[in-house]
Design a protein around this ligand. Structure first.
Ligand code: C2E
Ligand code: MG
Ligand code: MG
Length: 489
C-alpha cells in the first residue's frame, strides 16, 4: 500500500491537502484490475507544519527572516556569487541607545520601535534585498549583485537616514540612530563565518567612532580591533596586578619661575603590551567602566604622593588629577575624593581636579557635580580648553579656578595668527574671570617668551620638564632655582 499526499483546490478556492492510500486489486490471473483508495484530509496538519517551518525561520516580532534563514540565504548567495564571479555585501546594523529606550520607556515601547525600524528597512531597500533580524536590536542586510563599493556607501547612508527620522512611541518622540559595519564578498571573506565576523568588527568600529555612521571592513580596522581586544583583556587585571603607576609633570609660574604645581599622569606597564599611554587605554577603560576604580586609585596615589613630598621637607604644591567623563556621573565620586583627602591627610586646596572642556560642554547637568567638588575645598580646572567651543558666557557659570589652554594651540602659536589670537583671547578672558591660565605643551623658549609677553600665568611642557617618576620630581622640586627658569633635566 502506498501513501500519496495530494494538493487540491476546492470549488471555493481553498487549498486542501489530502493523504490518499491506494491499494491495487488483482484478478484471478494476478493482473491489476482496479485500485481502491482511502483518502483523508490533512490540511490542518500541513498548515501547522508550514507554521512551524515559518516560526523556525522568522522573527516573531518583526516577521523578518531570522538568523537561521539568513544563514541559508547567505550560503546560497556565496554559491551563486562564486559560480558567476559576482560581488555582494553584508551589512551589520545595530541600533544605538536602544537599551536606554527599552529601559526607560519599557519593553512594549522597545518592541514597537523595533517593528517600526524593520518596516523602514523594508521600505528603504529593494524587494530583492534580504533583511533579517538576528536578535535584540541587531539586524543584517544582504545586498546581492553589487557592481562597485560606491553602491554600498549609498545603501549605508540610506539606512542611516531611514533610522534617523523621529519615531513617536507612546506619545513620546524618540530619535534613534544606528551603527553599520559592512563586509563584502569575496574581498573580506569567502565564507559565511568570516563575512559575518568582519561586518560585526566594522560595526563595532563605527560605534567606537561616535555612532550614527558606517564603516567598511578593512585590514586596518582588524588591526585596531585586535589591539583593542588585547587592551581590554589585560586591563581587567591591571589594577590587581599593580601595573599602573603615575608620572608627574611640573607646572611653572611664568613670572616667578617657581614650580607651582604638578600634574599626575597615568601610565600602564603591562608585561605583554609594554608601557601603554593613557590615550590608548582610557577610552577602553571608560567603556568597560574600569575607569572608576582606576580613577579612584589615581586620586589616592596622587594625594599620598603629595603628602610624602611634604614629609620629605619639600615646599607644599598643588597636585592635579585628571577626571574622566564617566567618573563625573559616578555616585561615589564625592565620597572617593573625600576619602583620598582624609586617608592621605592632604589639605584640600593642594588638590586640583581636571575635567576636559568637551566633557563639561556635552553634559551641562554635570555643573552640579562640579559645585559639590568645590564644596570639598578642592580646586577645579578645565583641561584642553579651546577645543570644545565654550563661550565666555558659559565659562562664567562654571565654579572653576584654572583654565588649561589645549596644547594644540602651542604647536603653531608662532606661525599661525589664528592660534595666536585664540591663545591671547583665552589669556585675557581668564584674567577677567580671575582664573589661573596655564599653557600646556610648551616645548620651546620662543613659545615661553610669547606667553611671558602676554602675561599667561603658568606653563606646563617639555620645555621645562617631561612627566617623570616621583623620585625624580622630588629632585626637581628640591634643586630647581627660580632664577634660571629652567630645570636641570
Ligand atoms: P592632559 O591632561 O592634557 O595631559 C597632558 C598631556 O600632554 C600628557 O600626555 C603629557 O605627557 C603631554 N605633554 C606635556 N607636555 C607636553 C609637550 O610639551 N609637548 C607635547 N607634545 N605633549 C606634552 P599623556 O600623559 O599621554 O596623557 C594624555 C591624556 O590622557 C591627558 O591629557 C589626560 O587627558 C589623560 N590622562 C592622563 N592621566 C589620566 C588619568 O589619571 N585619568 C584620566 N581620566 N585621564 C588621564
Ligand atoms: Mg590634564
Ligand atoms: Mg590637557
Amino acid at each position: 500500500m502506498k501513501n500519496y499526499p495530494l494538493e487540491f483546490v476546492r470549488k471555493d478556492g481553498r487549498r486542501t491537502f489530502a493523504e490518499i492510500s491506494i491499494l491495487p486489486v488483482r484478478d484471478q490471473a494476478g493482473k491489476i484490475c482496479e485500485f481502491r483508495g482511502v483518502g483523508h484530509d490533512i490540511t490542518e496538519r500541513k498548515k501547522s507544519e508550514e507554521q512551524i517551518r515559518y516560526l523556525a525561520t522568522h522573527d516573531g516580532l518583526t516577521g523578518l527572516p531570522n538568523r537561521v534563514l539568513f544563514n541559508q540565504i547567505l550560503q546560497h548567495a556565496i554559491q551563486s556569487a562564486k559560480r558567476y564571479g559576482r560581488m555582494f555585501a553584508v551589512f551589520f546594523i545595530d541600533l544605538d541607545r536602544f537599551k536606554m529606550i527599552n529601559d526607560t520607556l519599557g519593553h512594549d515601547a522597545g518592541d514597537q520601535l523595533l517593528r517600526e525600524v524593520a518596516a523602514r528597512f523594508k521600505q528603504t531597500l529593494r524587494t530583492v534585498d534580504t533583511i533579517a533580524r538576528l536578535g535584540g536590536d541587531e539586524f543584517v542586510v544582504l545586498i546581492e549583485e553589487i557592481e562597485d563599493l560606491s553602491y554600498v556607501t549609498t545603501v549605508a547612508r540610506k539606512i542611516l537616514s531611514a533610522v534617523l527620522q523621529p519615531i513617536t512611541i507612546m506619545g513620546e518622540e524618540c530619535r534613534v540612530t544606528a551603527s553599520i559595519g559592512v563586509s563584502s564578498y569575496p574581498k573580506d571573506g569567502e565564507d559565511e563565518q568570516s563575512l559575518m565576523k568582519n561586518a560585526d568588527i566594522a560595526m563595532y568600529c563605527a560605534k567606537e567612532d561616535g555612532k550614527n555612521n558606517y564603516k567598511l571592513y578593512s585590514t586596518d580596522i582588524k588591526t585596531q580591533s585586535i589591539e583593542r581586544l588585547s587592551i581590554e583583556t589585560h586591563l581587567r587585571f591591571a589594577l590587581e596586578r599593580n601595573e599602573f603607576f603615575l608620572q608627574y609633570q611640573a607646572r611653572l609660574d611664568v613670572k616667578t619661575a617657581e614650580i607651582t604645581g604638578v600634574e599626575a599622569l597615568l601610565r600602564w606597564n603591562n608585561p605583554d603590551l609594554g608601557i601603554v599611554t593613557p590615550t590608548r587605554f582610557i577610552p577602553a577603560a571608560e567603556e568597560m567602566g574600569m575607569i572608576v576604580p582606576i580613577g579612584r586609585w589615581v586620586l589616592k596615589t596622587a594625594c599620598l604622593q603629595n603628602v610624602a613630598w611634604q614629609k620629605m621637607g619639600l615646599p607644599p604644591i598643588c597636585v592635579s588629577v585628571n577626571l574622566s567623563a564617566r567618573q563625573l556621573t559616578d555616585d561615589h565620586l564625592i565620597d572617593d575624593i573625600q576619602r583620598a583627602i582624609d586617608e592621605s591627610g592632604l589639605e584640600p586646596r593642594l588638590l586640583e581636579l581636571e575635567i576636559t572642556e568637551s566633557v563639561v560642554m556635552r553634559h551641562p547637568a554635570r555643573i552640579a557635580v562640579l559645585g559639590k567638588i568645590k564644596e570639598l575645598g578642592v580646586r577645579l580646572a578645565i583641561d584642553d580648553f579651546g577645543t570644545g567651543y565654550s563661550s565666555l558666557a558659559q565659562i562664567r557659570h562654571y565654579p572653576i579656578d584654572t583654565l588649561k589652554i589645549d596644547r594644540s594651540f602651542m604647536r603653531n602659536i608662532l606661525a599661525n595668527p589664528e592660534d595666536k589670537a585664540i591663545a591671547r583671547a583665552i589669556i585675557s578672558m581668564g584674567r577677567m574671570l580671575s582664573l589661573t591660565v596655564v599653557a600646556e605643551g610648551v616645548e620651546t623658549a620662543e613659545q615661553m617668551t610669547f606667553l611671558q609677553e602676554h602675561a599667561c600665568d603658568e606653563i606646563q611642557g617639555f620645555h621645562f620638564s617631561l612627566p617623570v617618576p616621583p623620585e625624580q620630581f622630588a629632585e626637581l622640586l628640591r634643586n630647581h632655582s627660580p632664577s634660571s627658569g629652567k630645570s636641570r633635566k
